[in-house]
Design a protein around this ligand. Sequence first.
Ligand code: GLA
Length: 641
Amino acid sequence: MESSSVFGARLSLKQRYCLLLCVAVGATVVYHLTRNKTEPKRMNRSEGLRANSSQFTLERKPFRILGGSIHYFRVPRAYWEDRLLKMKACGLNTLTTYVPWNLHEPERGMFNFEDQLDLGAYLSLAASLDLWVILRPGPYICAEWDLGGLPSWLLRDKNMKLRTTYPGFTDAVNSFFNQLIKRVVPHQYSKGGPIIAVQVENEYGSYAKDKEYMPFIKEALLSRGIRELLLTSDNKEGLKLGGVKGALETINFQKLSLNDFSYLEEIQPQKPKMVMEYWSGWFDLWGNLHHVYAAEDMIAVVTEILKLDMSINLYMFHGGTNFGFMNGAFAVGMPAPKPMVTSYDYDAPLSEAGDYTTKYHLLRNLFSRYHTQPLPELPSLRERRAYQAVVIQQHLSLWDSLHFTDKPLKSEKPVNMENLPVNNKNGQSYGYTLYETTITSGGALNSKNNVRDRALVFVDKHFVGVLDYKTQELAVPDGKGRRTLSLLVENCGRVNYGKTLDEQRKGLVGDIELNQRLLRDFIIHSLDMKPGFVNRLETAGHWLSMRQWPNFPGFFKARFYVHSFPKDTFIKLPGWLKGVVFINGKNLGRYWSIGPQQALYVPGPWLHRGDNQVIVFEEQETDGKIQFASSPDYGMPVDVQ
Ligand code: GLA
């Protein structure tokens, strides 16, 4: 049979051409279909990451980890690939990410690993781009994230001892790990996936409340099928108490001191040295200046680390955003906790909106020397747009929005957020809670330091003042008859680091008093402002036109039209004081005029071509305009000390 015949028939030139075309198209389709699938590209597995001598080996060859952290939960899913490609083009070979338990299990026993939280898809994406992965599954992750990633419903138990072998904690960890680890196991190196190492907990040496705890977490990973190299990660101080037998200890720092290096050698001779968190920048707190860490200082330290033959992970390579109410708070060495801002730009090499920075270019130049092949071309940048300012069309007062919340609770005494009987008895995790009671006189209202974290106080809907950690007493004006005292208490974010994790209950965590008499008989509304509530609000008929003077706090609505393909932008609210922005139902996070952050990042993929809906929840003041900018405004910079 002749080579050019199919089923015995001779093919004309045209037919041959068609056949060739079909084969080529078919092959391209098959390639693209399989490219992003879970099946890993690297099928010829030999030996995973090993730490048997002073140098890591991977596939039995010396290997240096050039890693960077990007948290999938801080980057819109539509941008995962863009950010990872930019990571690759910077010369990094390993992606590290935490896993936020509180997002994956928002209510006890209710798990979410979909869409924005599709960890499996994120790991597959990394594999398809030839990035290795170091997974940091916690359960505690710190990360400037509410309660260091732990779900707030754990705090319903008044005896809870987080990060210990207290059964109420370990039972919850076991149940979460049953769901999480079975999704992770197939992505391990030994199964053909990208995960080459798994971190046991996070900086436990700085907490160290229970000797049995780290062995418990290690066993929880091993017993569920984790087979890759185990690591722990601690700062210099934490190293003294951190670590667990069978896991390689790594160190976290920003400025290199050779003492740190020799200390690691002392406690762990003849092992590879790794900086698990090389802090490329730093986080910001509301009311502080914006932290920057000079690019020249950063590159000098990274150069030194590489010269010392160490492995490195940049924390963060790309920080992203604390969308919603998920930011943590910082309390160490402070009279009261301070919440993290919404942006998690971190002054990292790749900016919040995915821009290359000086740090990026310096690192790329440096890392390129550690590759035999030229680095990939820089992926092109996304266009941004300063949309035209929009005018608020309608408003709805907080008091009128209460119809759209769950049934309020009547309670003799105040009940903290976590113990409210809402969300299928999981309590309220985030947002605001409104406590109302009747008073018959004015006088001294004292919070007895039970307000967590900040309360706007009203009498018959008239604003009286703010109670917080600093101001614990307010004068309530005298008035006739029975009046309603309302406290709108905001959870500004739970502390994510330090020894006070067990004390992070929010709302009113105890009694308050008027003229030294305890207030009783409360009606408590939970305002967690979840998407269902925002959607109900949006379609409600109670909105008033801006021609009528608005009541505060209130919701403010505007529509804006995007004519072409939606671009990334930043929302600026110079005429507003403090609140939250929702765009097409998505919570962009908090804004606060005290700064430092002055603009909120709006990812293009969250906008629609055509009509878009913005709802702003504002506590106190508005000029009725929403402005847009094409670049961020993180506020007055100050060097990281
Ligand atoms: C520690 C934690 C991280 C993060 C950094 C600071 O090292 O492990 O999660 O909180 O500090 O950004």
